[in-house]
Design a protein around this ligand. Structure first.
Ligand code: IYR
Length: 221
């Protein structure tokens, strides 16, 4: 007999062999992901973008409140506006707001205040986190663990972009409230992350860096 409000889980128990294989397959695909700062000026099909966003929106969230809005910006004029505003803030960051230590840590990535990718990438994705929701009658409804939930959705989004065959970069202009104004988002939304998405520029180079080894990140008990 069914239990009201619940449905059976769709789950097929894999063999141990299949489990090891799928976990390794996914790891091998994910470990080839790199942050890319140079994009090809080439459109991505809307259908692909929709699938990617729906993957991100399938993330778990506190009390299943799904406290996120994903804005996709394709309009060149809007991208240009975002670039001007982001570069204005980043100029200040790189000329006084960031510590010497921070600037030194960034040296190997050769980043600076110029953010050409904001106009060359065919689309920008901005994740907004919703501190609360507004009901139809104007009342507020609470959201829970908003940053955790949106952070998990951002991870799903980055994985989906990579698995689709595209590249991105987690760009964190700071402060980034200009995004809320330019995109005309409501009061309950706060920008969380900005991601240019597209194809990598031809023969693009990425920093020669490596990831921590398993014994540096995993502790068994
Ligand atoms: N937001 C600045 C600085 C910056 C911060 C981090 I964390 C990076 O990984 C890279 C850069 C910028 O985007 O340039």
């Amino acid at each position: 007999m069914g239990k009201s409000g619940f449905i059976p889980l769709e789950f097929k128990k894999p063999s141990e062999e299949a489990l090891i294989q799928s976990a390794d397959d996914f790891y091998q695909k994910m470990r080839s992901r790199r942050s890319v700062r140079h994009f090809l000026d080439m459109q991505v099909p809307d259908e692909v973008i929709q699938h990617i966003i729906m993957t991100a929106a399938s993330a778990p969230s506190g009390a299943h409140k799904q406290p996120w809005t994903f804005c996709v910006i394709k309009d060149p004029a809007l991208k240009a506006k975002i670039r001007v505003a982001a570069e204005k803030e980043e100029y200040e960051n790189y000329h006084g707001r960031m510590s010497e230590e921070w600037l030194k840590d960034l040296e190997k990535f050769e980043t600076d205040w110029k953010k050409e990718f904001l106009t060359t990438a065919p689309c920008l994705m901005v994740i907004f986190k919703k501190a609360y929701d507004l009901e139809d009658d104007g009342s507020k409804s609470k959201n829970y663990y908003v940053s955790e939930s949106v952070g998990i959705a951002a991870g799903f989004l980055i994985a989906a972009i990579h698995m689709a065959g595209l590249v991105t970069l987690t760009h964190t202009p700071s402060p980034m409230n200009f995004l809320k104004e330019i995109l005309g988002r409501p009061d309950n939304e706060k920008p969380f992350l900005l991601l240019p998405v597209g194809y990598p520029a031809d023969e693009v180079l990425v920093p020669d860096i490596s990831r921590k080894k398993i014994n540096e990140v995993l502790v068994w008990y």
